[in-house]
Design a protein around this ligand. Structure first.
Ligand code: PEP
Ligand code: MN
Length: 331
């Protein structure tokens, strides 16, 4: 359950109550938010100290629409998604930052297109130890240069808890990859910052488990969590993964977290990405993240699924009418 405690009781008393109830405490401007396990349906806290109480069926609590009705509004650098914005952000860029010339070409394409947010991995969670693992800190510095030179917002991923602090410093959104989303070291570190965090759903993760990962970050004190569906592993092998749009419908209905869809990793082949992107957008989601590379044939990771610039520009031309049809605006 969640209990809103009056601010005037003070931090020391709020902490003592949280300890007694074995709960998490988040201090907000106008109240203390105490979160206990969802199994708890009542407390012995003196009612004069309580503003409001919320009871839940399961451990989707801070993320639940029963707690906050509106989708959370999240600021990504100089733009906003969620809340009453009806914005769908187009995040684009290569799978990995590979070189200064590559990422500069990508950044310039985004700027020409009026886009705001560049993706690019520097710590890559690869399946094989022999594959390109990313440029690490050198790559983060190149992204920082793109931010400074072009005013772009940066989203880049953390692979493990050892470099969360670095990624927080260099990014506007921290991406937690599908293979890293259960890493509690990462989740807890992300709970201690206010930087937006985008959690990608693991390919064998239930919706309940996925949202509970978000709860780790939310209960740590960071309200800025975004969910990203990027495909599940099913019996099908012709596509890389199977994008769970039914799951997206569930998340839209039951959670208050903005949702970004990743058609690139789901499809695994560039030819299917434009159609899938249009289908995703039609669901009225808060963002899309698309892998685009100046020359996908030589990409050091995820070569087969990255669009070239021409393909990306053709796709973009088709999106505004779809967004307009559902009352959204592409940003
Ligand atoms: C990526 O975004 O390049 C990536 C590795 O994604 P995922 O964690 O979804 O596999
Ligand atoms: Mn990738």
């Amino acid at each position: 359950m969640i209990v809103h405690l009056k601010k005037e009781i003070g931090l020391a008393e709020a902490e003592a109550i949280a300890e007694k109830e074995s709960g998490f405490l988040v201090e907000e401007a106008d109240k203390f938010v105490l979160i206990t396990g969802s199994g708890q349906k009542e407390t012995s806290i003196d009612s004069s100290k309580i503003l409001e109480t919320f009871v839940f069926e399961n451990d989707i609590q801070l993320a639940s629409r029963n707690y906050i009705k509106e989708t959370r509004k999240i600021k990504i650098g100089n733009v906003e998604i969620g809340g009453d914005t009806k914005n769908t952000i187009m995040i684009a860029g290569p799978c990995s930052v590979e070189s200064e010339s590559q990422i500069t070409t990508s950044a310039e394409m985004l700027v020409d297109q009026g886009l705001t947010t560049l993706r690019g991995g520097c710590y890559k969670p690869r399946t094989s130890p022999y594959s390109f693992q990313g440029l690490g800190l050198e790559g983060l510095k190149l992204l920082a240069k793109m931010r400074e030179q072009y005013g772009l917002n940066i989203i880049t991923e953390v692979r493990d808890a050892t470099h969360v602090a670095e990624v927080i410093e260099y990014s506007d959104v921290i991406q937690i990859g599908a293979k890293s989303m259960y890493d509690h070291g990462i989740l807890k570190a992300c709970g201690k910052t206010q930087k937006p965090v985008m959690i990608k759903r693991g390919f064998g993760t239930t919706l309940q488990e996925f949202v509970q990962c978000a709860e780790f970050v939310l209960s740590g004190g960071n309200p800025n969590v975004i969910l990203c569906e990027r495909g599940l592993r099913t019996f099908e092998t012709k596509t890389r993964f199977t994008l769970d749009l039914c799951g997206v419908a569930f998340l839209k209905e039951h959670t208050n977290l903005p949702i970004i869809l990743d058609p690139s990793h789901a499809m695994g082949h560039a030819y299917g990405v434009p159609d899938l992107t249009r289908a995703c957008l039609a669901m009225g989601i808060d963002g899309l993240i698309i892998e685009v590379h100046p020359n996908p044939k030589v990409a050091k990771s995820d070569a087969s699924q990255q669009l070239n610039h021409g393909e990306f520009l053709n796709l973009r031309k088709t999106l505004d009418p779809i967004a307009a049809a559902i009352g959204h605006k592409m940003i």
